[in-house]
Design a protein around this ligand. Structure first.
Ligand code: SF4
Ligand SMILES: [Zn+2]
Length: 138
């Protein structure tokens, strides 16, 4: 199921970088749900596509695989820093520190991680590294 490279996801909505009006086609279809897999933008083998698009340009298997690997690498990297971030958070909560800069648990950058915590509210954390750009918004 290699998507068209012109397909853009913006939150819950789908847009076409080639300027086609996907929403209008969906509205014409008249189905409130179940149309996702009928879009030629998403599915390369629908039983009955909503429309035939002359500008469809599917990603290759190699591109899809590379994107999947990039996403997996990012998720694994994110998870690798979470124990360190939790330790920072626990320390800040017990010290009553609401904001600080410290060593980044992802790249070990010295004082590159800006952290703030909503102390006394929900203790949610906001963290961002100026070096590796990893971070977390709880
Ligand atoms: S299949 Fe057509 S409408 Fe859909 S994203 Fe690609 S170019 Fe746009
Ligand atoms: Zn970092």
């Amino acid at each position: 199921m290699n998507k068209c490279r012109h397909l853009i996801r913006e939150g819950m909505s789908l847009k076409c970088a080639a300027g086609r009006d996907i929403k209008a086609w969906v509205a014409r279809c008249g189905r409130p749900s179940g149309w996702g897999l009928m879009l030629p933008c998403i599915n390369n083998a629908p039983e009955k596509p909503l429309f035939d698009c002359p500008e469809v340009d599917r990603k290759t298997d190699a591109e899809v695989e590379a994107e999947r690997k990039e996403m997996d690498d990012h998720v694994n990297r994110f998870v690798s820093g979470m124990a360190g971030l939790q330790k920072i958070k626990d320390g800040m909560v017990s010290d009553g520190t609401s904001s600080m800069t410290t060593t980044c648990p992802w790249c070990d950058g010295e004082n590159t991680l800006s952290v703030s915590i909503a102390l006394g509210y929900n203790n949610h954390i906001r963290a961002r590294c100026s070096s590796c750009e990893m971070g977390c918004l709880e």
